[in-house]
Design a protein around this ligand. Structure first.
Ligand SMILES: Cc1cc2nc3c(=O)[nH]c(=O)nc-3n(C[C@H](O)[C@H](O)[C@H](O)COP(=O)(O)OP(=O)(O)OC[C@H]3O[C@@H](n4cnc5c(N)ncnc54)[C@H](O)[C@@H]3O)c2cc1C
Length: 442
């Protein structure tokens, strides 16, 4: 790869909520400490999307957020933050209007809040830049080891690189497409591409939705409103849509002290604790969505015109084409008995996301890292990846939002701990022995 090369004190890969959270934390610290202000200004954020946004493909009308709005980009870390949701409301003259409404904020408002923080925080943001790899390198003045972050500048059509002593990986999870749906047919798509792909469907008569978590539920409801004449087949592995575990005590998993307790367990015990927390966030829907789905199904029973079919304890696979339609086999998950062959016009895979054992961008440097018995990278309390060499443990690379199995369920796909985690990384960057101040900014 030939590239123009710059230097920066820290490079964050990904400017989704985790990257934005780091920028907010560094900016807040910059009001208190000169060194932090410099770091906040010189930090580089590389984001492959053309702009900052939160789950743009699933910005469905009427959907709300799943966490308390005070668990925002700043308040849990420091109530004096510039980046709290309340400050956002004031800045947009909606404080009284907001406090008069009921329920959780809609997702569209949280997205707008995310964008406001993304553009208000300090730092150098480069959009349409896709990071390809992180490799070992050295700072140009010889002051220490460093990494070379190689990326593609999509707008300019060129390859570039930044040399830095510290890297934060905030790339989120990878969409999971089951191998039985690995096809180039655009009518078979993962929910991460929902709004773009559904807009391309031409008057579908029948659609299959695979999966039974919140996204599947929301998409079914959206499809029922969008295509009222179409039949929706929901294919679920278990007994139907379960609800999140909303227990007050188990949801302490999203508190900082539970994250700290989780970290003290050996890897085998962590897996057990994690399994007990999983239903707070995965493979389930919230009460609103469960009620709406059931009421929609019941209305079909009353009218004698059922357009929402739910295939429980089922697996499915793509057989191929039947004329111009997609042919699916529905199989009993427990007996293997073939139940039904369906012809549909689209298959929407709400099959979730996976935490990569090693984020793809780190493959070239991964050999030097310590791994736990499950193959996951070992991180310290701040998320810094530990080297194999125990005499020199700190690698200078941090996992931010991609270390759920190591740090507990609160450390991944949730805003609850995002501000605190961001603050921990920011503090660690400031106290690290990395020669941050010695580097020049890009
Ligand atoms: C529909 C939906 C609704 C949700 N609702 C909630 C909710 O209400 N509350 C809650 O707490 N959580 C919710 N979540 C969980 C959600 O994942 C987190 O809230 C949040 O988006 C995680 O932020 P992140 O930055 O870790 O990951 P992401 O949001 O995935 O952001 C990662 C960013 O990194 C960029 N990136 C990836 N690879 C590269 C690369 N190689 N080079 C450059 N850039 C790269 C991506 O483009 C992306 O912008 C929801 C998730 C979904 C799918």
């Amino acid at each position: 790869m030939t590239a123009d090369v710059d230097q920066a004190p820290v490079v964050c890969i990904g400017y989704g909520p985790a990257g934005v959270g780091l920028a907010a934390a560094l900016t807040d610290l910059g009001y208190q400490r000169k060194q932090a202000a410099k770091l906040a200004e010189q930090a580089v954020y590389l984001e492959r999307q053309p702009e900052a946004g939160w789950q743009p493909e699933l910005m469905l009308a009427g959907t709300d957020i799943q966490h308390h709005y005070l668990r925002d980009f700043g308040t849990p870390r420091d109530p004096h933050t510039r980046f709290g949701f309340i400050n956002y409301l004031h800045a947009h003259n909606r404080f009284y209007e907001f406090t008069q409404r009921s329920g959780y904020p809609e997702r569209v408002e949280w997205d707008d809040y995310c964008r406001w923080v993304a553009r208000s925080a300090d730092g150098r943001r480069y959009y349409q830049t896709s990071v390809q790899a992180v490799r070992e390198d050295a700072l140009s003045d010889g002051s220490g080891p460093a990494y070379r972050v190689e990326y593609r500048d999509e707008a300019a059509g060129s390859n570039r690189a930044i040399v830095t002593p510290a890297v934060v990986v905030a790339t989120g999870y990878t969409a999971y497409v089951p191998p039985e749906f690995d096809t180039a047919d655009p009518r078979v798509f993962h929910s991460e591409r929902y709004l773009t792909s559904v807009a391309a469907l031409d008057s579908p008569r029948s659609i299959a939705v695979v999966g039974a978590a919140q996204t599947a539920g929301e998409i079914i409801l959206d499809l029922r409103g969008r295509f009222p004449g179409a039949t929706v087949h929901s294919i679920v592995r278990n007994n139907g849509f379960s609800m999140y575990d909303l227990g007050h005590f188990v949801n302490r998993a999203y508190w900082p002290q539970e994250r700290a307790a989780f970290a003290t367990y050996p890897a085998a015990a962590r897996a057990e604790v994690y399994a007990g927390q999983a239903r707070t966030n995965y493979a389930a829907v919230d009460p609103d969505v469960s009620t709406a789905l059931y009421n929609d199904w019941y209305r079909g029973q009353v009218l004698g015109d059922q357009k929402f079919h739910i295939h429980i304890r089922s697996t499915t696979r793509l057989l191929g084409l039947d004329g111009d339609r997609l042919s699916l086999m529905i199989t009993d998950r427990h007996t293997g008995h073939h139940r039904e062959r369906l012809g549909v016009d689209a298959v929407i895979l709400c099959t979730g996301y996976r935490q990569p054992a090693v984020p793809e961008v780190l493959t070239p440097v991964a050999d030097g890292f310590a791994v736990d018995p499950h193959g996951d990278l070992v991180v310290d309390a701040t998320g810094e990846i530990q080297n194999r060499d125990a005499g020199n443990p700190g690698s200078g690379i941090y996992l931010h939002g991609v270390a759920e199995r190591q740090q507990g369920i609160g450390s991944a796909a949730s805003f609850s701990l995002l501000a605190v985690r961001s603050g921990d990384i920011a503090e660690s960057l400031l106290t690290a022995t990395h020669p941050l101040a010695a580097t020049t900014s890009v």
